[in-house]
Write a protein that binds this ligand. Structure first.
Ligand code: NAD
Length: 244
């Protein structure tokens, strides 16, 4: 498929997991793609790897500008960089709340702010935020992470309303548990990784972890001109978890 031919895309957190699968799929479908990540060292051609910390406004502005110059503009912004946190409201100190909200929520705000002037100049502007099933599912032991993704969901709706008349669409994807290096690290830390993987898989109604490629396909659709009348929506990629 080449429905993204000629389009120019930025993917934050694109050096690993969902972001990397997304950057690769956007490129396969014809887009030129720049990855903004804390650690872009492993990012290979045809992707352009740029170092950026979404918590640092100057770093984001400079990387977005560099991406726009390298790609010749920006049509697609995928706000994907994110970090996790386990625990109830009793477990996470204030500093951890500030840290996770800084990456997961303000990271989107900073990158979007920097990209908007470029998106306004595009004929096919689209923003896709990586949200999570945690935004709406009421998962145990995920108070902080869920609150951060609830904010991403609300922010997506608000941004969609603010920018629709400028021709910029804003949507999000809500993955279930995805087989990425992040989840791999969680499994490695468990007493019995195989049993933990089986338990996580059983929690998805379709009986397995979601693949990063399945999330990437949803992002690619929402980013493409084929979704030209779709804005302010969230697409679940969760094996039916939200609906069952
Ligand atoms: P991952 O850890 O494999 O990749 C995350 C990437 O983000 C890494 O390359 C990391 O370097 C980068 N990153 C982290 N902090 C950054 C910062 N401050 N600035 C720039 N880059 C930064 O994780 P993943 O599982 O692919 O998750 C990606 C996104 O998907 C996150 O937003 C996460 O909340 C969301 N998500 C993941 C799952 C899951 O089960 N894996 C489920 C739902 C949603």
């Amino acid at each position: 498929m080449t429905e993204l031919q000629g389009l120019r895309a930025i993917v934050t957190g694109g050096a690993s997991g969902i972001g990397l699968a997304t950057a690769q799929l956007l490129a396969e479908r014809g887009a030129s793609v720049a990855v903004l990540d804390l650690d872009p060292a492993g990012v290979a051609a045809p992707l352009t790897g740029l170092r950026a910390d979404v918590c640092d406004d100057a770093s984001v502005r400079s990387a977005v500008q560099q991406a726009a110059e390298t790609l010749g503009g920006i049509d697609i912004l995928v706000n994907n960089a994110g970090i996790g946190a386990a625990g109830t409201v009793e477990d996470n100190p204030d500093e951890q709340w500030h840290r996770v909200l800084d990456v997961n929520v303000l990271g989107i705000v900073r990158t979007t702010r920097a990209a908007l002037p470029h998106l306004r100049a595009s004929e096919h502007a689209a923003i896709v935020n990586t949200c999570s099933i945690a935004a709406t599912a009421g998962l145990p032991q995920r108070a902080l992470y869920s609150a951060s993704k609830g904010a991403v969901l609300s922010l997506t709706l608000a941004m969609a309303a603010d920018h629709v008349r400028e021709g910029i669409r804003v949507n999000c994807v809500n993955p279930g548990t995805v087989d990425t290096p992040w989840v791999g690290r969680l499994l490695d830390a468990a007493d019995d990784p195989a049993a933990e993987r089986a338990a996580l898989s059983a929690r998805q109604p379709h009986g397995r972890l979601v693949s990063a490629e399945e999330v990437a396909a949803a992002v690619a659709y929402l980013a493409s001109p084929l979704a030209g009348s779709t804005t302010g929506t969230s697409l679940a990629v969760d094996g039916g978890m939200a609906g069952l």
